[in-house]
Ligand binder design. Structure first.
Ligand code: AMP
Length: 645
């Protein structure tokens, strides 16, 4: 049978090398990219997540295209971090192990430059580099790139995030114009697009999976807790997952250190990885993690970039990243090489908006999860122990000599009693800690109006935001402005029409809430409106508008959660404050009974002024709430809210 890599055009010596690495079949990205790149005649843009087999996708074709009889640099691979640089160089060395004349040099900061210069002088065909050190070496005139035929920009979005744009420009300017550029990126923000535009000619573009869609093997969950309960929540998650092998992301070096120290003190096998550690310390921490001699790696974004460790079961966002795009990189540390993983966010109530933004970027919905109770944890740990005892590999030779003494010790106990005592050993420890443990989940009251969606989601009911369908022919849109922004429904109508550049006639029901609202628009104009809303800001804040989703999923994945709380307190509160909207019940009630009503006649739209009134007497109006607006001037305020552009 022909090896599938041979079928793609890879030669025998390389096929044999990857076979030894355990690569039996190409990953999807390899399958798609290898034949294209092997042609060697095109620029290339590959939108691919980490952990998808990217390195071989470009590494194998490079090995076919390079002339190993020559000792001149012919390929340059730029990547954001030292870890990734070492990883790539190492991978390509492995792929080329049957090519005796292949020489691959890794060039990165924080290591002895003289050694790297020596290796370059000795002759090299493939240079793998981080931009800063590469530029340093170019500055010393220690490398000749005049024979470079291929430049690979790996994790291009990360390189730009880290401010390497200018370095990349400078490096690329030392390579021949005719070279081909292959760019790989997990996300495609405008800056990366710009690189593709500036440096590439008609690149072949491949998207692995849907654009911006996160790895399908990763489940995303979030937990809402009070800020002061974050650490306890982290512990509970870890305790509930006895076999966790995870990366915990913090925002600052100090937090990283702090969380790691607390965990260590509390008996967990954890350590910190951040930029204040020396390179040697970082290497040591990484090695321990790689060898699985450590269960939890607590890291900053920068330190964790490029970490390539398989079988990570959980990524925990102890703090959400400042740059929403970083979430993809964080979560991509799990679910690698076909394995499944969970990416968890521990957030406070105010951060649910950010979760929605992340959902948009990754194209997947989060599950709002409930922290397990202390009892849940004890039970899980107990059975974890029972399982481990049952499956432990017994070293007969070593244990045999102690068996008679052990049996003597247990002579007065029955088998059942021995089992009970062994199980209690672990159970008691957790019971002691957890027996009076509080519920860390934020209650609906704590969450205020923001809790509405979550609570009902948990119950598997149709939520305010997602559940209620729009009228036929209309799309229901969620927008993150509302009465707290001092918007009336009229203001909102005008705001939506002006910025979305649609006619007021296309707008249906408007449901003004506290920090967000819902607007129904004719489905035919929804897309135009959403496109026009790009980059719109209000009061310095990005305005988010999106089609409100379908009925939300229940978070009751394992049947453990949900149904614990009563009442939709948050909903009621916000209802009262805003004089409208949701008042308990099924959430659809007041709209059906008039709600925010039907608009009549308004000419609205682009003129900026022109909505007229809400003639349908809404419940709010009846109860003297945020009343009706009379024609024409409602757009004034919103006229000031201009798009940034
Ligand atoms: P990468 O995206 O290149 O970092 O690869 C992620 C992981 O998948 C690495 O550990 C690779 O060794 C592994 N890998 C890449 N390609 C294959 C393949 N075709 N079969 C099995 N494992 C692979």
């Amino acid at each position: 049978m022909i090896n599938p890599f041979s079928k793609l055009g890879i030669s025998d010596d390389v096929v044999n090398a990857v076979k030894e690495l355990g690569f039996e079949n190409p990953t999807p990205i390899q399958e798609q990219a290898i034949p294209v790149l092997l042609e060697g005649s095109n620029d290339f843009v590959g939108l691919a997540q980490t952990g998808t087999g990217k390195t071989a996708a470009f590494g194998l074709p490079l090995l076919e295209l390079i002339d190993f009889k020559s000792n001149k640099p012919q390929a340059l691979i730029l990547c954001p971090t030292r870890e990734l640089c070492l990883q790539i160089a190492n991978d390509i060395r492995n792929f080329s192990k049957n090519k005796p004349s292949a020489s691959i040099v890794a060039v990165y900061g924080g290591a002895n430059i003289m050694q790297q210069l020596r290796e370059i002088r000795n002759g090299v065909q493939i240079v793998v580099a981080t931009p800063g050190r590469m530029l340093d070496i170019i500055g010393r005139k220690a490398i000749d790139f005049s024979n470079v035929k291929y430049v690979v920009l790996d994790e291009a979005d990360e390189m730009l995030n880290m401010g390497f744009q200018e370095d990349i420009n400078d490096i690329l300017s030392t390579t021949p114009d005719e070279k081909k550029t292959w760019l790989f990126s997990a996300t495609m923000p405008p800056e990366v697009r710009r690189i593709a535009k500036n440096y590439m000619e008609n690149p072949t573009e491949l998207t692995m999976g849907t654009k911006n869609t996160g790895n399908v093997n990763i489940e995303h969950e979030y937990y809402i807790v009070k800020a002061r309960d974050k650490y306890a929540a982290l512990k509970r998650i870890v305790d509930y997952n006895p076999d966790i092998f995870g990366v915990v992301f913090c925002k600052t070096k100090m937090d990283t250190q702090d969380v790691a120290e607390h965990l260590i003190k509390d008996g967990y096998n954890a350590d910190a990885l951040h930029g204040d550690l020396s390179q040697q310390q970082r290497d040591k921490v990484m090695q321990r993690f790689r060898d699985r001699n450590m269960q939890l790696l607590i890291a900053t974004d920068v330190a964790a970039r490029g970490i390539d460790v398989n079988n990570v079961t959980h990524v925990i966002n102890y703090a959400l990243p400042d740059e929403i795009e970083s979430y993809t990189h964080r979560s991509g540390r799990t679910g690698r090489a076909g394995k499944t993983g969970v990416s968890i966010c521990i957030i406070n109530a105010k951060e649910t908006g950010k979760i929605r933004q992340i959902e948009r970027i990754i194209g997947k919905q989060f599950t709002k999860a409930e922290l397990p109770t202390g009892f849940d944890v004890c039970e899980k740990q107990l059975f974890g122990l029972v399982h481990r005892v049952h499956n432990v590999e017994v070293n007969e030779e070593q244990i045999d000599k102690y068996m008679s003494r052990i049996n003597d010790e247990f002579a007065d106990l029955s088998k059942e009693e021995v089992i009970k005592k062994f199980a209690s050993l672990e159970f008691n420890r957790f019971l002691e800690y957890y027996q009076n443990a509080p519920d860390l989940n934020l209650s609906a009251d704590d969450r205020g109006e923001r809790g509405e969606r979550g609570d009902r989601r948990e119950r598997g009911e149709r939520g305010e935001r997602g559940g209620r369908g729009a009228e036929a022919g209309y799309s229901r849109l969620f927008i993150n402005v509302g009465s707290v922004d001092e918007f009336t429904r009229g203001d909102l109508l005008s705001f939506v029409c002006n910025n979305g550049r649609i006619s007021g006639k296309a707008v249906g029901k408007i449901d003004l809430k506290g920090v967000f609202s819902f607007v129904e628009v004719e489905s035919a104009v929804a897309e135009t409106l959403l496109a026009n809303f790009k980059d719109v800001q209000y009061n310095g804040r990005e305005v988010r508008i999106e089609v409100s989703g379908d009925a939300p999923r229940s978070s009751n994945r394992d049947g453990r959660r949900g149904g614990e709380r009563g009442g939709f307190g948050g909903g009621e509160r916000s209802g009262r404050r805003e004089g409208g909207g949701y008042r308990g019940g099924n959430g659809g009630g007041d709209r059906r009974s008039g709600g925010s009503g039907r608009r009549e006649g308004g000419n609205g739209g682009n003129s900026g002024g022109g909505f007229r009134d809400f003639s349908g007497r809404s419940r709010e109006e009846r109860s003297g709430g945020s009343g009706r607006r009379e024609g024409g001037n409602g757009g004034e305020r919103s006229n000031d809210r201009r798009r940034r552009s």
